[in-house]
Design a protein around this ligand. Structure first.
Ligand SMILES: [Zn+2]
Length: 316
């Protein structure tokens, strides 16, 4: 027992996963088996621009590193989940709707001099999908799609256990699949994107004719009281999810669809319409081989996935 124990302790490492949002960022210190050792959170204060935000992320990483490190436990790598369109090979942010001034920002060059450990960068929604793949609803699935239904609709595609990045790292934007060509104009410039029918913002808009100003959460409460207008809004959410997900499923035969984000708290209110629509529009073999499940990692998904990406990067 004695010598063996010493060897194990000498080999102990941990990873830090950072999930950057437009309002706050969150860091998790995680062991290779997924145990969260410690966590930290701070305001992004995005208006200060990228250099100031990077400095805050570096300070938080260093503080967490100092708290968790010991003579027998050291930081092996740090992963960053960043919202926006990233040029992954270059380590640059192309643009980020929630982070003003980040267009073309060389994130890798800004981070590397300030951290002793190697770093990995990933899109935040892809990181959330990796978090679910590692420790959540995607465990045991080699092929799945994660949809994050929040203020907007994000997503990540896992194929053969890895994030599908595409040619430049821009892949995995299921929220901007057109489900109604005549639908409302979308922030991306298109019309009738999935996001326009299934985000929290969209649910509030869809309920407005019946309820006036209302939040998606309040619409869910009204639906749970049995109010038909609110139930109808969530039925439509399920229907549009079903239309889009039927195409996604036919495209890559996933084992699962993992639904996360705040809107997924109303999973029970849209799942039936989603399943019905999918059954009508998906190849029967494809439909029968997949499961639709709510996400399990909650707001930790992005940080866990960023840590996981760091771990993969460090051992590559
Ligand atoms: Zn769009």
């Amino acid at each position: 027992m004695g010598p063996e124990k010493v060897d194990l302790m000498a080999a102990e490492t941990f990873y830090i996963g950072m999930d950057l949002g437009g309002t706050t960022f969150k860091a998790l210190a995680v062991t290779p088996d997924g145990t969260v050792l410690d966590r930290a959170q701070a305001d992004t204060q995005a208006v200060d621009g990228p250099q100031a935000v990077v400095q805050r992320m570096v300070e938080t990483t260093r503080r967490l590193q100092a708290e968790v490190s010991s003579p027998t436990r050291h930081l092996a790598a740090v992963g960053f989940g960043i919202p926006g369109i990233l040029d992954l090979p270059a380590g640059r942010v192309r643009r980020s709707p929630n982070l003003p001034g980040w267009e073309g920002f060389d994130l890798r060059a800004a981070l590397v001099p300030h951290l002793e450990a190697p770093i990995a960068i990933e899109n935040d929604a892809n990181a959330a999908a990796l978090g679910e793949a590692w420790l959540g609803a995607g465990r045991g699935m080699q092929h799945f799609l994660m949809l994050t239904l929040g203020t907007g609709v994000g997503g990540g595609i896992i194929v053969a256990g890895k994030v599908l990045h595409g040619a430049c790292g821009y892949a995995g934007e299921p929220g901007h699949t057109v489900v109604d060509p005549n639908g409302p104009r979308c922030g991306c410039g298109s019309h009738g994107c999935l996001e326009q029918f299934t985000s929290g913002t969209a649910i509030a808009r869809m309920a407005e004719p019946s309820y006036g100003q209302i939040t998606a959460h309040e619409v869910a409460l009204a639906a749970r009281r049995g109010e038909s207008q609110a139930l109808e809004v969530y039925r439509q959410v399920g229907q549009y999810l079903g239309i889009a997900c039927a195409s996604f499923a036919n495209l890559f035969n996933p084992q699962g669809l993992v639904i996360g984000g705040a809107v997924a708290n109303a999973f029970d209110l849209f799942i039936e319409a989603m399943q019905t629509t999918m059954r009508q529009r998906t190849f029967v073999e494809v439909y029968n081989s997949l499961r639709i499940v709510p996400a399990e990692c909650g707001t930790d998904a992005g940080g866990l996935g960023a840590a996981y990406q760091a771990m993969q990067h460090a051992s590559a």
